[in-house]
Design a protein around this ligand. Structure first.
Ligand SMILES: Cc1ncc(COP(=O)(O)O)c(C=O)c1O
Ligand SMILES: [Zn+2]
Length: 441
């Protein structure tokens, strides 16, 4: 298995070659100390490596985090920029990262959703973390921004990814801004809004005749081939760095709540990376003393037409059996989710759950959020809000707890989902008489 890319593993400045946390300053990766295997714990030097050379388990970033002065750290964060870079002391990026050309994602709004809460019967408070406000209108700008820093550090020339749509747009835009080449790969049958967004930034966009899982397999082959030399696939060979971007959602939610944790979080699942990294971020906040320790429950959301993690959760299995996706929620249509087993662990450990809703419920939920809070979510947001509703109806989520639900993408990218049932109330001649006749006055 080709865990290394052909790209140079030489770092421009000193890193801990031993992966030992007692090393020298690690300028390009901030507080990051090493890559560590999620399965066997073996540590590796920071490099463009994504699988453990001992057991093939996934690698993630391990840190020497700045413990000891939570007040000072909190003040430093609060004085930082209104973007994910306020959390640079907790991320694998250099301290001056905000000065590099990038899209400066993050610090999106946390909306107190009282009207939606009333409709759903939530009494403990409900907030929507609305990540449609990012530069390319999905949470993917967060993960790409971190991966871009790694790509720059490793001297990669082309930014790439396998994508269900949103990531392709985020990579195209970030590469354009950074002056890198980009080449992104998507399944051939994505929504028009996502295809146009991925193409408009001027990089190469390749539609593959197959599902996302086929696209991902193809990208893994490309990495092992000389063609892929010096290519940074943000969600494959740069995946350990990419994943860390999702932690910023946990940090922002806690900070925007006044440095405290909610009782429940409802998070959509495609590969499951976002959910697992939000959990990692929450645990870091507690370990750093930035928030008080308290129990929180994490709930995962899938579309019924692609619900391998939900199926495993309900059956009490530890193994996630791959499926062939068939749902309007194309951004979540990953039939073989890499982080699926970790999602199961987190849902069970925290006392949460993984649930799914059908396409009709997704559309209803998109309209419910729009009608109650003025937020137009893409289908992934519809899945998440729909699952929140179902979790309450089935008694799996306590409505007396404080809940944060994620909207990870913008409804303008998936107009088709609601186009058939959303149009003019009336079409009339431009006269008062016609308006009266329409019965709207
Ligand atoms: C809008 C949106 N939400 C959520 C996700 C889930 O991301 P993950 O693969 O980290 O589970 C995706 C993935 O593409 C997405 O596009
Ligand atoms: Zn391992």
């Amino acid at each position: 298995m080709a865990a290394h890319t052909a790209a140079s593993t030489e770092l421009p400045t000193a890193t801990t070659a031993s992966g030992d946390s007692a090393g020298e300053p690690r300028a390009p990766f901030g507080p990051a100390a090493a890559l560590s295997c999620r399965e066997c714990g073996t540590r590796f030097p920071l490099g463009p490596v994504f699988a453990c050379l001992e057991c093939f388990g996934p690698l993630e970033v391990a840190y020497d985090l700045p413990t000891g002065d939570p007040e000072g750290l909190r003040r430093r964060i609060e004085a930082g920029p209104a973007s994910i870079w306020r959390y640079a002391p907790l991320l694998p990026v250099p301290a001056d990262v905000a000065e590099q050309p990038n899209l400066n994602p993050g610090w999106t709004r946390l909306v107190k959703a009282d009207r939606l809460a009333r409709e759903l019967g939530i009494t403990g408070g409900l907030h929507v973390k609305d990540d449609s406000g990012n530069p390319t209108h999905s949470f993917k700008d967060r993960v790409v921004a971190i991966a871009l820093e790694a790509a720059r550090t490793f001297g990669m020339t082309t930014l790439s990814c396998s994508s269900t749509g949103n990531l392709a747009g985020a990579v195209g835009a970030a590469a354009a801004r950074a002056g890198l080449k980009s080449c992104v790969f998507i399944p051939h049958d994505l929504e028009a809004g996502k295809v146009v967004m991925a193409a408009v930034y001027g990089g190469d966009l390749v539609a593959i005749e197959g599902s996302y899982d086929d696209v991902n397999r193809f990208c893994s082959e490309l990495i092992g081939d000389p063609i892929g030399e010096d290519w940074g696939f943000v969600n494959v060979n740069l995946r350990p760095y990419y994943g860390e971007g999702s932690k910023t959602l946990a940090y922002e939610i806690a900070e925007q709540l006044g440095w405290r944790l909610p009782d429940n979080l409802v998070i959509p699942i495609a590969s499951g990376s976002q959910l697992t990294k939000i959990d990692k971020g929450l645990r870091e906040l507690i370990a750093l003393g930035l928030v008080e320790e308290k129990p929180y429950k994490i709930f995962g959301a899938q579309a019924e037409g692609c619900s391998p993690v939900s199926a495993a959760f309900k059956a009490g299995h530890d193994v996630v059996r791959p499926v062939k996706p068939d749902t309007i929620a194309k951004s979540l249509a990953i039939g073989n989710p890499a982080d699926g087993p970790y999602v199961l662990d987190i849902a069970r450990r925290t006392g949460g759950a993984v649930e799914d809703v059908n396409d009709e419920q997704v559309v209803e939920a998109i309209k419910l959020l729009a009608r109650t809070e003025g937020i137009f979510a893409e289908t992934a947001g519809g899945v998440t809000i729909g699952v929140l509703k179902k979790l309450i109806e089935t008694g799996q989520l306590d409505p007396a707890g404080e809940t944060v639900v994620l909207n990870t993408g913008d409804g303008l990218k998936t107009l088709d989902a609601v186009a058939a049932t959303s149009g003019p109330t009336a079409t009339i001649r431009p006269t008062l008489a016609a308006f009266r006749e329409a019965g709207l006055a």
